[in-house]
Design a protein around this ligand. Sequence first.
Ligand code: GLA
Length: 730
Amino acid sequence: MSIIFDNEKKAFLLNTKTTSYIMHIFKDKYLMHVYWGEKMKLPNMLNAIPPRGVGFGANPDSNDKTYSLTAMRLEYPWSGGTDYRNTALDVTFCDGSHTTELRYEKYEIIKGKPALLGLPSTYTESDDEADTLFITLKDALMDLYVVLSYTVYTERDVITRSVKIINNGKNALTIDKVLSANVDFEADYRDYTLMRLHGSWARERHIEYQPLAHGIQKIESHRGASSHQANPFIAMVSKDATEDYGNVYAMNFVYSGNFEAGVEVCELGKPRMFMGLNGYEFAWELKSGDEFVAPEVVMVYSNEGLGKMSRTFHDLYRERLVRGKYRDEARPILVNNWEGTYFDFNEEKIVNIAKEAANLGIELMVLDDGWFGTRNDDTTSLGDWTPNYEKLPGGICGLAKKVNEVGLKFGLWFEPEMVSAVSNLYNEHPDWCIHVKDRNRSQCRHQHTLDLSRKDVQDYVISAINGVLDSANISYVKWDMNRHMTEPGSALLDAKNQKEMPHRYMLGLYRCMNEITKAHPDVLFESCSGGGGRFDPGILYYMPQTWTSDDTDAVERLYIQYGTSMAYPTSSMGAHVSAVPNHQVGRITSLKARGDVAMSGNFGYELDLTNLSAEEKEIVKNQVKTYKMLREFVPSSDMYRLIDPFKKDVCAWEFVSKDKTKVFAGYFRKMIIPNHPDERLKFKALDPDALYRDVERNTEWSGDELMNIGIITEYGNDFTTCTYILEKIS
Ligand code: GLA
């Protein structure tokens, strides 16, 4: 058992492979956090956890004035009591009061990991992989129960948490805020920084560090999506940490909607780290007898820096978050017509691109936006999922057949959650979109968001998308989502329930994704939201890969893919070669550089292949051949980030197969410096005693030489890149 309750010490010990997490029941009443870090036994002195008070701290126990909760480390803080810090739970009861007091009630330990009803979550394939602890806290006055759940993966350094609220009281109550995880650290805040992944459209998941300071520092989204602007990932990183050394405590939210996450440093200089649903756009009525389940937080502690943290997330997500056939199967190399044609295409043009793709060894032709209704620009037709027969005389079925005939699989773009202001669907059902009665309905890209909190709207989406997928031989779907919520409201919800809409939307979206993907187990689904606006573990549960960014420039992609790799594996990132000058930033990079960068993700092309010169076609053929070799091991390899593009003019990363026999490394220069010094690329995690062959250059190197002395990198013009594919030969 990886979870132990010591009755004498009144303490819980949770052991992952190399880490421990400890809680203690203080004075038989309060659940306290004791420890999260390197693996250890229960401390001898637990019973003597000293009560702690602080000036102007109120005492919850009139018989014992020695302690105040605001000076102690609570496992799941509530509102209205003697802890003045950020709360995990705010509830308003029927009498208008919003003071709670959560006292320890009981615990239960089970083998395995139960699924969270209606929500995405990491899973186990056998009950031996994990144990789950449920700790019940109770507000006695109102008969409110809070069940904290902790799953401990025995062979991974992962703990997942979620929270269930049960209203056993006689009256309804409102949950105003419910976080899924809270950790009160003993650490000195001056030793840590907060790392987060910020961004914007076409500039997603850039790494940013913020020194901790007294008060709350937090990131959040209340856009109705996890968002380009703030990814639901944070890490508390020790100031001396590197890729290989130092303490890192990370949290990632398995959810795709509004969230908040951050760290509060209290008056005593202790950090409180938290993550959960965003309390700003949220309120949930919980009737007597009802339950509410908050989404999962994945927690990873690493004492070997950022690299180990990332590899722990990567292994978990590709093995126990992503599901279905493509979890383990190689992903096809695709060509997508979006940047090649935008809306200006017809059947002939697409078939010609497919023919060229077949000659080059590409395996999948994806038709992007503009195939339905009367859509020739972005002003119309979302929601009207019938083919545009003017562009495609044989419809989707006819086009898919022709693409299949030239030897490619066929894939299709959808934006299922949206309705254009100009569309049949909007004319017929103007109340089906998110809106507030009598208020302006703001548009974004001429469209509204369908109100997926409604079952009738979910049913429409499920049947419309399933209908198209069943009508033709479709092997791949790009599921896009191109606007954020405004005027959040639903025509069907009562006045007092309007703030439930954003979370109900997510539950509705997850139902749609679940039903559609389950009905089409052989289809590869790739999610997208204006590029990587919903790159989160929630969506990865339904769809194994995400379009990383609309920005396909090779240099911009270094930052984006490097930042994304903090939490998400390479097998989750879509990465394509596009034309130059780049459509997003106007930069000109070589076809080689664009290919070298894209090969670290799910590889493809996003251009009109019929425009390539003979020389470019040769380069593409070779890239395709190389990627077919790489995809045999890179997606399941350990990733090592070698040089940080946020700190240097160069970026480098490396993928080492688990058995250390195969290696793929990329070294990418941004701007050159004249009269440059030699630069060596030092590899990591190879077998020091083995001999490796560079398959492209036909040179041989020993593992220790590659790691300790390194290879002198090639130097060319701006944006020179080189890749190294190594095979262990003895
Ligand atoms: C979004 C996507 C693009 C493309 C367009 C189509 O912006 O991120 O890749 O599919 O929509 O409208």
